[in-house]
Structure formats: structure tokens, C-alpha cells
Design a protein around this ligand. Structure first.
Ligand code: 5GP
Length: 171
């Protein structure tokens, strides 16, 4: 049985000094690792009915689309400012230094739709919480925030307390 940990590598001092970045590109480069990772992410979702998977730019798009296809759900991209062509909801969020904004199309989610939020990594949780706020603005019901991995010491799940948070790997 393939172990997906073997396909995630640590990159020291990226994107800046002192940070150890979890790089998923070896996992994306191996079809057996992709298959296993998708299987494990789906196990976390269980039997929940999902109407739409929301993937966060950009690494949330890879498995987000695969999850949507397997769950017979639609896919909705959440993007950085200025990338989406139609009217958007906007959600500012705090970075370590400064602010950023995420956007989602206003008509991407209908009131009451059951939503799975997906990203590759849960670190401090600011990005995922901004994504949750965007989904709530449209009236979506967040079934789960779903990640390949979570960096435990950064306590991202503290920012997602009102949601079900599921990660395949914990570091
Ligand atoms: P947070 O807002 O939880 O601090 O950061 C999560 C976001 O930053 C996610 O969109 C994720 O893709 C990215 N991110 C933060 N740290 C890492 C990392 O070590 N590896 C990868 N692949 N992405 C990271």
C-alpha cells in the first residue's frame, strides 16, 4: 500500500527564511499517490451528500476537482483578487504580515447547498476561514473543511471551530 507521506517533501526556508514548506508536487507527479490521496480524502467525507466542492487557489484546485468529480458535485474556485471575471464576494483575511483578499463569484453557490471546502494545507487557518465566510455569504451549508494535511502547531482548527475539520495527515 502506498504511503502518501513519502510523496510530500520538506523545503527549507521557502517562501522565506525559517519556514519549512510542505511540497506536494512529488505527490502530483505520481498517479498511484494521487489515487491513494483521493481515496483518503473521500474517506474523510464519508457518506455526506455534497452539492459543490470549493477549492482554494491554487493548490486546492488539484484535488478539489477530483473530489468534485467523485462526489458527483460541482466545483467552485476561490481565487486571489482580480482573477474571476464575474461579480464577486470579497473576503479580506490576515496574513503574518499584512492582509490579503479572496474572491468567489456571487452566483457560485445557491442558498442551502451542501459545501465541501478543500485545500492542500491547513496552517494558521486564515485562508480557510476566509473561504468559509465567502460560502456563508452565499448561504451555503459547510459540511466539512477538508485538507491533505494540517500543521498542528499553527492551530488552524482554532479558527474553524464551528466546522468539521478533516485532514489526511497531521504534522
Ligand atoms: P493558512 O492561511 O492556513 O496559514 O495557510 C494555508 C494556505 O497557505 C493554503 O492555501 C496553502 O496552500 C498555503 N500553505 C501554507 N503553508 C503551506 C505549506 O507548507 N505547503 C503548502 N503546499 N501550502 C502551504
Amino acid at each position: 500500500m502506498i504511503s502518501i507521506e513519502d510523496y510530500i517533501r520538506d523545503i527549507q526556508d521557502f517562501p522565506k527564511m525559517g519556514v519549512v514548506f510542505k511540497d506536494i508536487t512529488p505527490l502530483l507527479a505520481n498517479h498511484l499517490a494521487i489515487e491513494r490521496c483521493l481515496e483518503l480524502l473521500l474517506e474523510k467525507v464519508g457518506d455526506e451528500k455534497i452539492d459543490k466542492v470549493v477549492g482554494i487557489e491554487s493548490r486546492g484546485f488539484f484535488f478539489g476537482m477530483l473530489l468534485a468529480q467523485k462526489l458527483n458535485a460541482g466545483f467552485v474556485p476561490i481565487r486571489k483578487p482580480g482573477k474571476l471575471p464575474y461579480e464577486t464576494h470579497k473576503e479580506p483575511y490576515l496574513l503574518e504580515y499584512g492582509m490579503d483578499v479572496l474572491e468567489m463569484h456571487e452566483d457560485a453557490i445557491k442558498k442551502g447547498e451542501r459545501i465541501l471546502i478543500h485545500d492542500d494545507v491547513l496552517a494558521t487557518g486564515g485562508t480557510a476561514r476566509a473561504a468559509c465566510n465567502l460560502v456563508k455569504k452565499c448561504g451555503g451549508e459547510i459540511v466539512q473543511c477538508n485538507f491533505i494535511m494540517q500543521i498542528d502547531f499553527l492551530c488552524g482548527n482554532e479558527k474553524l471551530k464551528s466546522y468539521d475539520v478533516a485532514s489526511v495527515l497531521n504534522y
